[in-house]
Ligand binder design. Structure first.
Ligand SMILES: [Zn+2]
Length: 453
């Protein structure tokens, strides 16, 4: 639906690009300049309208993507999610109107169904309306395509229903609920010509924080980046309480509000340079500007890679033969390297004791020997090579064989786990070792205390 319209628009827009370049400034909606704001000569106002082509820049917002809107220093775009909810959305509309500020709203389909008049008010006030799914699931990153499609399409249909199906009033902009991005929704939205909007800074207004905190976070984060997309919610009382001060401070500090609208056949995209779509565009003065970059795999379509076949592990001819050739070659190729003589190994009655450093393994991994120190000692005392294994196992181990198999070798001197391991020279009967994951109780409880609430 929207995709088809957009494809058509895009084709047509190319044919009129010459005229567009000449006439773009006259065809874009005129922003509500502060000076024109009725009843409020000191209003923040909307400094300009930015027209974007979703097909050219399918994902924006540096919280998650490399690109963001092509804003100049001290330019901010306001966005509001999760409405319309009359009680608070109407107040947000009134505050924006008092400052002649235009914003972008991402509506939830179910909210639009319940309150279609709220959608119409957003349009009537001149704001941009995109969508935010039908039911606001916070699982879009795990959804199969069919469910993603249903959420996106239903959300658009519900919002369009409030606009009597007038697609020209709905922007092909979408914000994934909870910003739970994933390849499946992103690919589907791109295929529909819909632009995914993340953000450049949130103000945490969905959390149980005070309006003061919302204000502080909004201003601090805007000041840190000096431009970008602010993510707010028009269903929260704390947002309503914080918004007038946010706008007043932005005005005081010389920020300007930009209104974003989608390109159409009659309204071509604002001409921009590719580097403007980056928060910090590279410059010629940065030495690495022209250096090859590490590829960004975020949008790799492949979820899995083929498991290597055994023949791939044949490292010997890696430089000579390609993958296919190696796959055809058996592993029984004789190497040129000296091979250990198995007959000699079999004849050896003793092997060197492993150094203590061999047993130092990271963090919770621990080496557990199947034989305890005491049984090892017993075996040393009577090293009958063919002695039955059961003889060396204590009565307790017989009773709890699993527990015995995983227990740490007890140190006779009481130093426990920290004590250096003294291992009997491996013999035919006690050489087997077992690697197990183990977190000692004391360590686990200490770790749990460190976890914040
Ligand atoms: Zn939301």
């Amino acid at each position: 639906m929207i995709a088809n319209v957009l494809v058509m628009i895009r084709k047509r827009s190319r044919t009129v690009i010459g005229a567009a370049l000449l006439g773009c400034c006259f065809m874009t909606p005129q922003p509500a300049l502060a000076a024109d704001c009725a009843g409020n000569p000191n209003a923040l106002g909307t400094s300009r309208t930015l027209v974007v082509d979703p097909m050219e820049h399918p994902r924006i917002g540096t919280m998650q993507y490399p690109e963001t809107l092509p804003l100049a220093d001290h330019e901010v775009v306001l966005t509001f999610d999760d409405g319309p909810l009359p009680k608070y959305s109407n107040q947000v509309l009134a505050i924006l109107a008092s400052q002649c500020v235009k914003a972008t709203f991402f509506t939830i389909g179910s909210q639009a169904r319940f309150n279609p008049d709220g959608v119409r008010k957003l349009i009537a006030a001149g704001h941009t309306v995109g969508t935010h799914s039908q039911n606001h699931p916070l699982t879009m990153n795990k959804m199969p395509l069919e469910k993603v499609r249903q959420e996106v399409d239903d959300g658009i249909a519900s919002t369009l229903a409030a606009l009597n199906g007038d697609k020209s009033k709905l922007a092909p902009f979408f914000r994934i609920p909870g910003l739970m991005r994933a390849e499946v929704p992103e690919a589907y939205l791109a295929s529909q010509g819909i632009q995914v909007w993340s953000a450049d800074f949130p103000a945490d207004d969905w959390r149980h924080v005070s309006p003061q905190r919302v204000y502080d976070l909004a201003i601090q984060r805007i000041e840190a980046k000096r431009k970008g997309i602010l993510l707010l919610h028009d269903i929260q009382p704390r947002t309503v309480a914080a918004l007038p001060r946010i706008l007043a401070t932005l005005k005081e500090r010389g920020y300007r509000i930009v209104h974003v609208v989608p390109a159409t056949a009659d309204r071509p995209a604002t001409p921009t340079e590719p580097q403007q779509w980056f928060m910090h565009p590279p410059t010629e003065t940065v030495a690495t500007t022209r250096w090859p970059r590490i590829p960004n795999f975020v949008f790799t379509a492949t979820r899995t890679l083929p498991a290597p076949v055994f023949a791939d592990l044949d490292w010997r001819d890696a430089d000579i033969l390609d993958h296919a050739q190696r796959a055809r070659i058996g592993v029984a190729v004789r190497t040129l390297w000296p091979q250990p003589q198995l007959a000699q190994l079999a004849a050896a009655s003793t092997l060197p004791v492993p150094a203590a450093g061999v047993f130092r393994v990271p963090e919770a991994l621990d080496l557990t020997l199947l034989a305890t120190r005491s049984t090892a000692s017993r075996r040393l005392a009577a090293p009958a090579a063919g002695a039955p294994r059961a003889q060396a196992i204590s009565a307790r181990q017989v009773k709890h064989p699993k527990q015995a198999a995983h227990q740490v070798p007890a140190a006779a001197d009481g130093r426990g786990r920290g004590a250096p391991l003294q291992v009997a020279p491996p013999t035919a009967s006690n050489a087997s070792v077992h690697v197990a994951k183990r977190v000692p109780r004391a360590e686990a409880s200490a770790a749990s205390k460190r976890v914040p609430d």
